[in-house]
Design a protein around this ligand. Structure first.
Ligand SMILES: NC(=O)c1ccc[n+]([C@@H]2O[C@H](COP(=O)([O-])OP(=O)(O)OC[C@H]3O[C@@H](n4cnc5c(N)ncnc54)[C@H](OP(=O)(O)O)[C@@H]3O)[C@@H](O)[C@H]2O)c1
Length: 264
């Protein structure tokens, strides 16, 4: 008998669905039968949003898109209000929207520090607070905060992104112990995933293809991850199959962190 994870009639809210991990995760939740609410800063007419909506609808579930900047508290309020107005419930929050803010600890300006703190940390806490009453009503409410392998080890120059990604593991613990048993909270820390944000990273090197291949070679699985693989782990961690998991952050990095020296 095969493993069945069924989100039929449940509602998942995912931030940052216009590209990358958020889009891949929306696709996997739709396949699992969930109705999907997504947000990003892009207008509904943007081709990425049309793709998001069509992809979800093609799985026979309902979709709602709300244009919202997660650094703006008022827009977060409207996002949750529209979710409840449309579906009357919320079962899962995937707080995913984020951007690499790679400045370096010596060069980072006050403005970049503030922007990073707002986007990559405070927005997750604010949105979780707004969703809390509805997730508690769900009976099986789950918050998944998207952090990164930078929560556990980092690369020179990736400050202050790595600081906020590390702080998210603390946020996961606090929400789990303060909001349980009504709501489970888990963190997910992907390593290198094939996304536009990682393309930007590879293109910051003189030979992007060589850097990409070098990165692949350093992974025991000899590839980098896909957004759908991250989505699959999100579906599992927020499902009833994972109901004893709370307060912890999972690293999924294709074995990269198991390697002590960069010679392989
Ligand atoms: N890719 C990786 O290898 C990797 C590894 C570890 C962790 N992560 C984490 O995974 C998450 C997604 O990253 P990704 O690689 O999928 O990046 P991406 O392809 O650049 O997508 C980022 C998403 O976040 C949205 N976003 C950014 N700023 C926003 C804002 N202020 N308000 C609302 N939405 C906003 C973007 O939408 P718009 O720009 O259209 O608004 C986009 O949909 C991030 O939290 C990142 O730190 C990624």
């Amino acid at each position: 008998m095969s493993l069945v994870i069924d989100f039929e009639n449940k509602v998942v809210l995912i931030t940052g669905v216009s590209s990358g991990i958020g889009f891949g995760t929306a696709k996997e939740f739709a396949k699992a039968g969930a109705n999907v609410v997504g947000c990003s800063r892009k207008p509904e007419t943007d081709e990425h949003i049309i793709r998001f909506k069509q992809t979800v609808e093609n799985e026979g579930v309902q979709v709602l898109y709300v244009q919202a900047d997660v650094t703006k508290p008022k827009e977060l309020e409207q996002l949750v209000e529209k979710t409840i107005q449309t579906f009357g419930r919320l079962d899962v929050l995937i707080s995913n929207a984020g951007v690499n803010v790679f400045e370096g600890s010596g060069d980072c300006s006050e403005e970049k520090w503030e922007y990073n703190m707002e986007l990559n940390l405070a927005s997750h806490w604010r949105l979780a607070k707004l969703c809390r009453p509805f997730l508690a009503q769900s009976g099986e409410g789950v918050i998944l905060l998207m952090t990164s392998n930078h929560a556990f080890s980092t690369i020179p120059g990736c400050f202050p992104y790595n600081v906020t990604k590390t702080a998210i593991t603390g946020l996961v613990r606090s929400l789990a112990i303060e909001w349980g048993p009504d709501i489970r909270t888990v963190g997910l820390a992907p390593g290198f995933i094939d996304t536009p944000s990682n393309d930007t990273w590879f293109y910051s090197f003189p030979d992007a293809e060589a850097e990409r291949q070098h990165t692949i070679d350093l992974h025991p699985v000899k590839r980098i991850g896909t957004t759908e693989e991250v989505g699959d782990v999100c579906v599992f961690l927020t499902s009833s199959k994972a109901r004893f998991i709370s307060g912890t952050t999972f690293l999924m990095d294709g074995g990269r962190s198991a390697l002590m020296q960069d010679s392989f």
